[in-house]
Every structure is written in structure tokens, then in C-alpha cells.
Design a binder for this molecule. Structure first.
Ligand code: GDP
Ligand code: MG
Length: 230
């Protein structure tokens, strides 16, 4: 399962030790602590920034900490304004950008993270302002293993539109797992109606999130990866 702090440090070359120790220090973990995927991802990112992702991957693979490196394409759909782009930007950069404006088109974001001894490069596709056009978007959905359907907790009409979004997904991407996201949890309480929608539509699961506070963002991604990598 998880790798212990001291075992991780023992496989790193001397020139990477200070970067790793620095990243671990902020987590306040003891040498015997078993790192969670999120913690290992954090160390991984710090090391990658230093010497590049391929080198760090090889090191951890040779040490038996990682077993596989893979790419996964996923989508996020939902009504305009529910916070899809904000969610993607926050995941990819760690920054909550208020009033983020998009150019028209389709955008994608690369998010690299460790999940069950795999290094996953998640490519998350975002509609980038094209929500109003109901036409088929083959490139957008092509090859996607699954994705998010988002609604805003402070705007119930966006939950009513989830069935329409699912229909578009099913037509273009097939029977891939879909996770329902209730966004802006910092602005409104959770909505029990979301779980009913999950049941009625046969969605994979429901995660309420806030891109502003960061609440459940990691859980949302973990849920997607677990569903897609089964
Ligand atoms: P999109 O059209 O679905 O891509 O929505 P955007 O990402 O552009 O977000 C629409 C608005 O909602 C922006 O003003 C965001 O700052 C705001 N927003 C997005 N996520 C959150 C959140 O978690 N909390 C709060 N308070 N505002 C958010
Ligand atoms: Mg957008």
C-alpha cells in the first residue's frame, strides 16, 4: 500500500533530498508515516519541478513505488456558469481564479497525480464557453474514459439540466462513468436532490465541491480515477 517517508527518502539520490525533505516538512509527517496518494503526489510534483517528471517517474518505478504511467482523457460538462473552468484551473494550477474568462473553443488541462501506484496524467476537457451549442462535439468526447457532469448548488435549474447533459454524453461517449459534481458548496448548502438524480440516471456517484475553499476537489478526482481505471 502506501510508502513510508523513510523508505521514500532512502531511494532518492542526494541531490533530490533537500527538495523532498522540504515538501515533507510542510506535511509534518514522521519517518514511519505512510504517505497518502495526495501526499506522494505533492512530493512528486516538487521533485518533477526540479528534474523533470520522466526522471522522477523512473526513480520511483525502479524503487517499486510506482508501477505504471498512463494517460486518461476525461470531460467536464454542465450549464454555463456552474464553475467548470474554475474547477479545471484550480486542479491544474492550484489557483482559484475569480471571474475567469474563456476564449470560445474547447480547452484542456493536464493534471498529473499519483493514484494506486500509478502515475496518471489526466487530460480534462472543458467546453470553454460552448455550452449553448447543442451540436455533436466528436473531438471533445472522443476517447474519453469518463467525466464530470456539473451543476451549481446555488442554482437549482442547473441540476434540472443534468439529464440533458447526460444524453449528450451517452450519444457521444457511450456508457462511460459519469460523476455528478455539485459546485459552489461555499455559497449554498448541499442539495439532497443530487443523490436522487444519481440514482434515477444511473450515474457513478455524487461529490459536492467548492473550487473556492478547495473542499472535496481531491475526492472528486480520486472518484473519477477509481471509476475510470477499474
Ligand atoms: P463555467 O462557465 O462553467 O466554466 O463557469 P466558470 O468557471 O467560468 O465560473 C463561473 C463563475 O462562478 C465565476 O465567476 C467563478 O468565479 C464562480 N465560481 C466557480 N466556482 C466557484 C466556487 O466554488 N465558489 C464560488 N463562490 N464561486 C465559484
Ligand atoms: Mg467555462
Amino acid at each position: 500500500m502506501g510508502v513510508r517517508v523513510k523508505d521514500l527518502l532512502s531511494v532518492l539520490p542526494p541531490e533530490l533530498l533537500s527538495t523532498a525533505t522540504e515538501a515533507l516538512k510542510s506535511m509534518k509527517v514522521s519517518p514511519d508515516h505512510e504517505l497518502s496518494d495526495d501526499q506522494l503526489t505533492e512530493v512528486y510534483r516538487a521533485l518533477s519541478a526540479e528534474v523533470g517528471s520522466t526522471k522522477v517517474y523512473k526513480l520511483l518505478r525502479d524503487a517499486g513505488i510506482l508501477r505504471e504511467r498512463l494517460r486518461l482523457k476525461a470531460f467536464i460538462v454542465g450549464d454555463s456558469g456552474v464553475g467548470k473552468t474554475t474547477f479545471c484551473v484550480k486542479l491544474a494550477t492550484g489557483i482559484f481564479k475569480e471571474g475567469y474568462k474563456m476564449t470560445v473553443g474547447v480547452d484542456f488541462y493536464a493534471i498529473e497525480l499519483i493514484h494506486d501506484d500509478k502515475l496518471v496524467k489526466l487530460i480534462l476537457w472543458d467546453l470553454a464557453g460552448q455550452e449553448r451549442f447543442g451540436f455533436v462535439r466528436p473531438t471533445f468526447y472522443s476517447g474519453a474514459s469518463g467525466g464530470f457532469i456539473a451543476f451549481a448548488l446555488d442554482l437549482p435549474s442547473t441540476l434540472s439540466n443534468v439529464p440533458g447533459w447526460l444524453e449528450e454524453v451517452r450519444q457521444n461517449a457511450g456508457e462511460v462513468p459519469c460523476i455528478l459534481l455539485g459546485t459552489k458548496l461555499d455559497l449554498a448548502p448541499d442539495n439532497p436532490g443530487a443523490l436522487r438524480v444519481v440514482k434515477e440516471l444511473g450515474l457513478h456517484s455524487y461529490v459536492p465541491i467548492s473550487s473556492k475553499t478547495g473542499e472535496n476537489l481531491g475526492l472528486a478526482v480520486k472518484t473519477l480515477l477509481s471509476a475510470c481505471l477499474r
